[in-house]
Design a protein around this ligand. Structure first.
Ligand code: GLC
Ligand code: CA
Length: 557
């Protein structure tokens, strides 16, 4: 099944895949829009906001998981891959969402969590009954003594990655919570189930897939290898052959361990693996060397420029980048890399300019287009399994309370998960009930309603950036070059194709700064900028950003 329907959507080889000029918007359904007052966002809520997304101009929506799930990790623990969780709606709602989105030229991208399932998936409920159960081998088991796990592997959410099951006299592996048992990718039946499930969704009309923690699929637990095991790329190739190849499905893998070298495999333009991966090198710089994200350090700005530039250069014409500063696991970028106080609007637009000027597919995380900020709450108000696990472990290890809270304020995943701020109505217009997670009290100033009205808002700035990508193919194809690599305030680069050259200038500080460049840009056209008129050449005001364009002449390199 599946193959025939997919063939209809073949693309000619010469044409660029649609996702190279696309902008993708990520929805975290739980926090997007609640249609029935139970305090949790849902599919009908999303449907009611599709016009907003169409106005913004995005081509696709990546939907964080809405499948049936006990919600131990907010849906990243799936108990039925072919059904919708009742808190979000029904399969009929999902079909309606796909159809309504399609009317607005928006594709729906499903989040595929198949490194692990929920422990409440029927496969695991069977698997844990006995060693001889037909589903036992769907998961990763090792013998051992109760109380002495097979090895030192740790769960990302705290504690050992192994949990004992007395019925089997064995441990099962869970690299995340104990309610997220790892699927056994070495078992061909498991891989086949995954392929069938993906085809089932493709047949329902979805536009693609985001593959959760794809770099863990080939783990070799006895060698303590979790990321990038020997079989990783063969498994992806097999999946691509079975499901993605010769279709126009977009596929993006989440790969925390990816280097540019690896990304060239994952995003090989021959289509043998995926369209692109999310890499996290630029996202992992503001932490102490060799430690975790909770061990805070200031952002090394020169390194930040160098890392982003390296990815631009290394993948040029040989792979494809995804471009992002935010998602549901990361803090808000304006609070992290910008200034969420007096220069919130300027710095949010500056970060947007920086990212949308680069080569790759930009991703906008819900609320980023409004400049939504981090939040500080009482410990008891936090919900996220990851930050609560960290708090428990570090508290027990004697870390001072203040340090733990600072880490949570800076990096906790709930920063990005506070409900979407639609208006200045109670709870930001997200729900008429009690929201599952506190709404950021700044919703009175920061909300979609007021920004849609205001032509100078961050929302409209994003809308213009998206439109620019459609209009200027140099944004899609142009060669990237970093300028001023040693400048500690300004991020500057060019994009060049046969006919055109763009210059992007971004001031990362709250000061007016001066810089000098060899090339003359005085008569260039201003495509977009975050101040009413651009600065005198050679200076930038606080968090100023500008994108300039000129025709290329013979003497330009
Ligand atoms: C990915 C998801 C994250 C989740 C984890 C386990 O990193 O983005 O939200 O907790 O995988 O599925
Ligand atoms: Ca609801």
């Amino acid at each position: 099944m599946g193959k025939e329907a997919l063939k209809d959507r073949n693309i000619s080889e010469k044409q660029q895949p649609w996702w190279k000029s696309a902008v993708i918007y990520q929805i975290y359904p739980r926090s997007f829009c609640d249609s029935n007052g139970d305090g949790i966002g849902d599919l009908q809520g999303i449907i009611s906001r599709l016009d907003y997304l169409q106005e913004l101009g995005v081509d696709a929506v990546w939907l964080s998981p809405v499948y049936r799930s006990p919600q131990d990790d907010n849906g990243y623990d799936i108990s039925d891959y072919r059904d919708i969780d009742p808190i979000f709606g029904t399969l009929a709602d999902m079909d309606e969402l796909i159809a309504e989105a399609k009317k607005r030229n928006i594709r729906i991208i499903m989040d595929v969590v198949v490194n692990h399932s929920s422990d409440e998936h029927v496969w695991f409920r069977e698997a844990k009954k006995s060693r001889s159960n037909p589903y036992h081998n769907y998961y990763i088991w090792r013998d051992g003594e109760e109380g002495t796990p097979p090895n030192e592997l740790k769960s990302a959410f705290g504690g050992s990655a192994w949990t004992w099951v007395p019925e089997c006299g064995q441990y099962y592996l869970h690299l995340f919570s104990e309610k997220q048992p790892d699927l056994n990718w070495e078992n061909p039946e498991v891989r086949h189930e995954v392929h069938e499930m993906l085809r089932w969704w493709a047949d329902r009309g979805v536009g693609g897939f985001r593959l959760d923690v794809v770099d863990l699929f080939g783990k070799e637990v006895d060698k303590m290898i979790t990321k990038e095991g020997t079989m990783l790329h063969p498994y992806i190739k097999e999946m691509s052959k079975a499901v993605f190849c010769n279709t126009d499905l977009v596929t993006v893998g989440e790969a925390w361990s990816a280097t540019p070298e690896r990304a060239l495999l994952y995003s090989n333009p021959d289509g043998s693996e995926l369209s692109m991966v999310f890499q996290f090198e630029h996202i992992s710089l503001d932490q102490q060397e060799g430690k975790t994200k909770w061990d805070l350090a200031p952002l090394p700005f020169l390194k930040f420029k160098q890392v982003l530039s390296k990815w631009q250069t290394e993948l040029y014409q040989r792979g494809w980048n995804s471009l992002f500063f935010e998602n549901h696991d990361l803090p808000r970028s304006v609070s992290r890399f910008g200034n969420d106080r007096e220069y919130r609007i300027e710095s949010a637009k500056m970060l947007a300019t920086l990212l949308h000027g680069m080569q790759g597919t930009p991703y906008i995380y819900q609320g980023q287009e409004l400049g939504m900020t981090n939040i500080r709450m009482e410990l008891s108000e936090y919900q996220d399994i990851e930050l609560l696990g960290m708090y428990r472990e570090r508290k027990a290890a004697g870390y001072p309370e203040e340090e733990l809270m600072e880490a949570i304020y800076a990096k906790g995943r709930d920063n990005a998960r506070t409900p979407m701020q639609w208006s200045d109505a109670p709870n930001g217009g997200f729900t008429t009930g009690t929201p599952w997670l506190k709404v950021n009290p700044n919703y009175k100033q920061i909300n979609a309603y007021s920004q849609v009205q205001d032509g100078n808002s961050i929302f409209h700035y994003y809308r213009k950036l998206i439109a620019l990508r459609k209009k200027h193919s140099v944004l899609v194809d142009g060669r990237y070059e970093l300028l001023l690599p040693e400048d500690s305030s300004v991020f500057a680069y060019t994009r060049t194709d046969e006919k055109t050259r763009l210059l992007v200038l971004c001031n990362f500080t709250a000061d007016t700064v001066a810089f000098s460049m060899d090339e003359d840009w005085t008569d260039a056209e201003v495509l977009i900028g975050n101040y009413e008129s651009p600065s005198a050449s050679g200076t930038l005001r606080p968090y100023e950003a500008v994108m300039l364009k000129k025709q290329r002449t013979a003497e330009m390199k």
